[in-house]
Design a protein around this ligand. Structure first.
Ligand code: C5P
Length: 208
């Protein structure tokens, strides 16, 4: 059983993914962490994000069991990841692990940008989670405030829009809703409400 959750930054898909996985007793993979891990490894070595050979080598050497590093959550790492994620060879190097993870029993929830379109095109349930850029910027801004980070809401909105453009505009595995994915707009929903809607959608598909 594979549940694919795709969507732009701060749409709520990560939190939703964890809650859905816990609800069904499934494994959960935040695939953004894979791209973030390659990015952090580049940054830690003082390498450029466009250094394709280094990025590919680091992606191939990545230990996916070590995605706990809190630095992976850094804002600059997220921004950098959307640059590194444009490199087709990096995406290819991370594909096999994601597909093997998706096949885990009794089921798996994967969240990312290209799960329903590229990683698991035959997923049992495909949900595209989105919200307006303004709603997503507000969430990110509040998150940064809670972590004591300095940023204005306008800055966060500009970054969100730039990241959307990079993720949707790239040639390889761009962020887009799969034709057979269900749209879940969380603009007006808090996480509990979004979770209830998501479980309702999943129930309709898999009967539980
Ligand atoms: O979801 P998160 O913000 O952690 O992802 C960081 C970046 O990694 C995204 O902006 C995107 O460019 C890239 N990514 C991707 N494909 C995925 C997951 C993330 O290209 N499946």
């Amino acid at each position: 059983m594979i549940i694919a959750l795709d969507g732009p930054a701060a749409s709520g898909k990560g939190t939703l993914g964890k809650r859905i996985a816990a609800h069904y007793g499934f494994h959960c993979l935040d695939t953004g962490l894979l791209y973030r891990a390659v990015t952090l490894a580049l940054l830690d070595r003082g390498l450029r994000l466009h250094d394709m050979w280094a990025a590919v080598a680091l992606a191939r050497a990545l230990d996916p069991n070590r995605l706990e590093d809190l630095d992976l959550r850094r804002a600059d790492v997220g921004e950098g990841a959307s640059v590194v994620a444009k490199i087709p060879e990096v995406r290819a190097a991370l594909l096999e692990y994601q597909r093997a993870f998706a096949a885990r029993s009794p089921g798996a929830v994967l969240d990312g940008r290209d799960i329903a379109t590229v990683v698991c095109p035959t997923a049992d349930v495909k949900i595209f989670v989105t919200a307006t850029p303004e709603a997503r910027a507000k969430r990110r801004f509040l998150e940064y405030q809670a972590r004591g980070l300095e940023a204005t809401e306008a800055d966060v909105l500009a970054l969100i829009k730039a990241r959307d453009a990079r993720d949707s505009g790239r040639a390889n595995a761009p962020l887009r809703k799969a034709d057979d994915a269900i749209l879940l707009d969380t603009t007006e929903l808090d996480i509990d409400a979004a979770f209830d809607v998501a479980v309702g959608l999943i129930k309709r598909k898999i009967g539980r």
